[in-house]
Ligand binder design. Structure first.
Ligand code: FPP
Length: 236
């Protein structure tokens, strides 16, 4: 969800206003994903490297995350959205951790959109931590490693493969996001800043995704049916 700061600066506003506008775009996008029947949506809200930002900006972001969880939990329950915050929790304020636990518990049984918010998340740190659990998982397989990865980031259930990754704000990087899960992800880069992201942009990205030829290393021929996409971001 890139471009909040630039969106604000271009309007002569403080960066934190960009994050507030970004929170509105989160609400719109979640609603769009739900109505499009997307199975899993993971939003990259705060990377482990974002702790280097000014204290006031970090404080605003943490408050926005808590307010979002507190204000949306009721609607998530009503709409069958399951909330899960992935990442580290030991560096978060206790009030935010509590809001996460409450939101996750309240929506645990929901079977609609699986909404994952990545906070204090680093894919490389998660991979290293999961690898460190080697003795507990024996000779790892892809599945057992994925389970270890899910555990270290507090993922409820498994860590689904990403089908489609959308990055806004004109940047073309992965920035330590879901590196294991994105092995075969289709990447769509959107020039628009995150606060301006609309449901139609999500539809456009899905249309772009549907035009991609996903071969998973195979060759495409009429005799070779395309494998079913599995996991995040795919329309059901
Ligand atoms: C990156 O853009 C964005 C962030 C580090 C924060 C993302 C947070 C939100 C969208 C706020 C609300 C989130 C939730 C889940 C309620 P940037 O600030 O680095 O933008 P820039 O590249 O233009 O400086």
């Amino acid at each position: 969800m890139d471009g909040n700061g630039r969106w604000a600066s271009s309007r002569g506003l403080p960066r934190t206003d960009g994050h507030r506008a970004g929170a509105k775009a989160v609400r719109r996008t979640v609603e769009g994903a739900r109505s499009l029947g997307i199975h899993t949506l993971t939003l990259y809200a705060f990377s482990a490297d974002n702790w280097c930002r000014p204290v006031a900006e970090v404080g605003t972001l943490m408050r926005l995350f808590r307010e979002y969880l507190e204000s949306e939990v009721g609607q998530c329950v009503r709409e069958g959205i399951r909330l899960n915050v992935v990442g580290r929790r030991d560096r978060l304020e206790s009030t935010l951790v509590r809001a996460i636990e409450i939101a996750e518990a309240a929506t645990a049984g929901a079977t609609g959109l699986q909404l994952r918010v990545a906070i204090d998340y680093s894919s490389r740190d998660a991979i290293v931590a999961a690898a460190g659990r080697g003795p507990h998982i024996g000779s790892p397989t892809r599945d057992s490693f994925s389970s270890a990865l899910a555990e270290v980031v507090h993922a409820s259930g498994s860590v689904p493969d990403v089908d489609l990754l959308i990055r806004t704000g004109g940047e073309r990087r992965l920035s330590d996001f879901l590196l294991w899960e994105c092995a075969y992800a289709e990447l769509v880069f959107v020039e628009r800043s995150w606060p301006d992201f609309r449901s139609q942009d999500l539809v456009d990205a899905l249309e772009e995704y549907s035009r991609r030829d996903r071969r998973f290393g195979r060759i495409t021929s009429p005799a070779t049916p395309k494998p079913e996409p599995a996991g995040a971001g795919a329309p059901r």
